[in-house]
Design a protein around this ligand. Sequence first.
Ligand SMILES: N[C@@H](CCC(=O)N[C@@H](CS)C(=O)NCC(=O)O)C(=O)O
Length: 303
Amino acid sequence: MDPFRLGNYRSRYRRPRQPTRWNSASDVAAHDLDMSRKLERSGLSIRDARRTRGLIRARRISAVSQTRLLECRRGYNVNRVTCPEANVLKFFYSPGACSLTVHIALEEVGVPYEKEVVKTGEGTNSPAWKKINPKGYVPALLGVPGNIGGMDDLLTEANAILVYLGRKYPEARLLPPMPEGEARCMEWLGFLSGTVHGNSIAQIWRPERFVLSEKDYASVSAGGKASLLKRFDYIESLLADGRDWAVPDHYSVADTYLITIYRWGNRLELDMRKYAAWSNHSKRMLERPAVARVFEQEGISLE
Ligand SMILES: N[C@@H](CCC(=O)N[C@@H](CS)C(=O)NCC(=O)O)C(=O)O
């Protein structure tokens, strides 16, 4: 089969009716991956696939030039964009931390990315890391135009990264497509990251953020634990209505946060088995290949 004679191939990749817009090199990487998958599905012979790959490479070079031009116009650092490989997304995380949410989302999306461990504590507090991310924490994703006062193109805040990945790679369906569904997903993210993580869990693990005097730490932690238990009951009551995922009928980035917090419940030695619906949700999550891969890569378990 001659790939150049394939009507679909010609119209979709060789002479696209509408030129593809390249906003960043990660677009290019995602596009390449998409094309390779389509090629696999098309059942081309290796010889034909090789010929077609040559074409993909040629297109990629031209796409990178377009990316550089765009970045140049916008005033970004064009010198860093020398080849697509150099501009692949880079993910900074600490095993088992809230960066787990983003790690799962990245694996679900399936774009190529590099990763680097920045351990919470020694890593996140180091001057070298604070130069990159002045907020001094993970997760962070490099490769998203913009600046927060540290390294160029670094995106921080788990929720921002999750929504970015969801919108950037809509084919992964990590965000519900309708505004109502997306709003429900954001509702979950705000609650899980702001209230449960930023408030209750931080009080338990980081009481020094809430009070000055060490003698008050124990009481702040106890307050955090009391509010956490109430919030866990609330999460269970929502999941117990028979839904499979946080936003009913749609697996989304909110689910990646739910399993992260469920695991923290175990780390805090709470009896998580009493939350039957949430436990089942976590089991369903671990059945997803992307989630299982991330747990293995981070060397963590649910317990
Ligand atoms: N608001 C941030 C919070 C991030 C955060 O608290 N990260 C923790 C790990 S879960 C961290 O890096 N802590 C560093 C430290 O405590 O030294 C977000 O949602 O991304």
